[in-house]
Design a protein around this ligand. Structure first.
Ligand code: ATP
Length: 331
């Protein structure tokens, strides 16, 4: 399997890779997570053992994949990248597991999507560095036993609650990645502007940070757009006015909400009178999947206190009505 998927010269993947930190010390925020990981890495290295298996959970874009590439770099080992959605049968695991070298890392993103039948093979792989695979059926069935090199599994999930307890318990280290502060994102924007050779001042970086929903990936995406805009409209230099105008132009508002977030609030308020409404009903009306809403849209709206989840469904808060400049329904 490929170690890292390749991308065209300056496609979005390439841009993302350019800004992705290579070492723990290049990462912003997550200080406590980084401190714990450093201890675990140094201890394992000192003993000459592979690092214990690690599970990262948290909303998208907060650094799970980044950690999964930085940790092997710190340890001077290689990483294979897999996705839970691509491991639909036990045989899909084989190329990865047989390719692991001693102390190398196997990263499985979206590990909650690994089906039960495949998950069971991970148990022995993680615990005893061994897999027993049954090939064929009935009288022709035979079991193949593979000894694996001792390796480290790094799993990432946006849905820790969907992992079965036996799988969850096989990770020695579990880290939750939380949102970044505006100051941390501001630091990230300034650092990455330098990497992209963009001239930017502190207030402009702060404005981009505040409109990035506490998420490094979004801060980077917004910075790329602001850079393009500045190049064409402002001789390449980013001031707070340039940052505001360019982000307004792509529908990113003062709270960092994008069109989809506002579409969610608008639907909840206009169609469902502000709720309570079930997630499925909102998803159907917006014509997007409920998973997308639950993983990518709602966490930030909840965190921003624009919606609440009640037993009867989602409800818009008065802050949401105010932000959307929509009147609450009259009784
Ligand atoms: P997903 O679950 O959607 O794959 P993720 O949590 O794996 O998201 P990453 O791909 O690791 O998120 O992060 C997105 C981008 O944000 C990275 O390319 C990286 O440039 C940047 N990034 C994330 N965390 C940090 C950090 N702590 N410091 C600096 N940059 C970061």
């Amino acid at each position: 399997p490929p170690v890292v998927a390749s991308a065209s010269a300056d496609g979005p993947d390439d841009q993302e890779r350019k800004l992705r930190p290579r070492r723990l010390d290049e990462m912003v925020g997550q200080r406590d997570v980084i401190e714990r990981l450093k201890i675990a890495i140094d201890a394992a290295t000192g003993r000459g053992e592979p690092l214990g298996h690690i599970l990262f959970d948290g909303p998208p874009g907060l650094g799970k994949t980044t950690f999964a590439t930085v940790i092997p770099a710190e340890m001077g080992t290689t990483v294979q990248m897999a996705n839970g959605a691509g491991l639909s049968a036990p045989k899909d695991l084989l190329p990865y597991l047989t390719n692991v070298s001693e102390k190398s890392v196997l990263f499985i993103d979206e590990i909650h999507r690994v089906p039960k039948a495949v998950e069971e093979y991970l148990y022995t792989a993680m615990e005893d560095f061994r897999i027993d695979i049954v090939l064929g059926e009935g009288v022709n069935a035979r079991t193949l036993n593979f000894e694996l090199q001792p390796f480290t599994l790094i799993g990432a999930t946006t849905r820790a609650g969907m992992l079965s307890a036996p799988l969850r318990d096989r990770f020695q280290i579990r880290e939750h990645l939380g949102w970044y502060s505006d100051d941390q994102l501001c630091e990230l924007v300034i650092r990455n502007a330098k990497k992209l050779s963009v001239e930017i001042d502190q207030p402009a970086a702060g404005e981009i940070a505040r409109r990035s929903r506490r998420t490094p990936r979004l801060a980077n995406n917004r910075l790329h757009w602001v850079r393009d805009y500045a190049q064409i409209k402002a001789k390449g230099s980013v001031t707070i006015g340039v940052a505001r105008d360019s982000l307004d132009m792509i529908g990113i508002d003062k709270l960092g909400l994008d069109k989809q977030d506002r579409n969610y609030l608008e639907t909840l308020i206009r169609v469902f009178g502000g709720g309570p409404s079930g997630l499925e009903a909102i998803a159907h009306t917006m014509n997007v999947s409920s998973d997308t809403l639950e993983d990518e849209v709602e966490p930030f709206l909840l965190r921003s206190e624009l919606i609440v989840r009640t037993r009867r469904g989602r409800m818009a808060t008065s802050k949401a009505f105010e932000h959307m400049k929509m009147a609450p329904p009259t009784l």
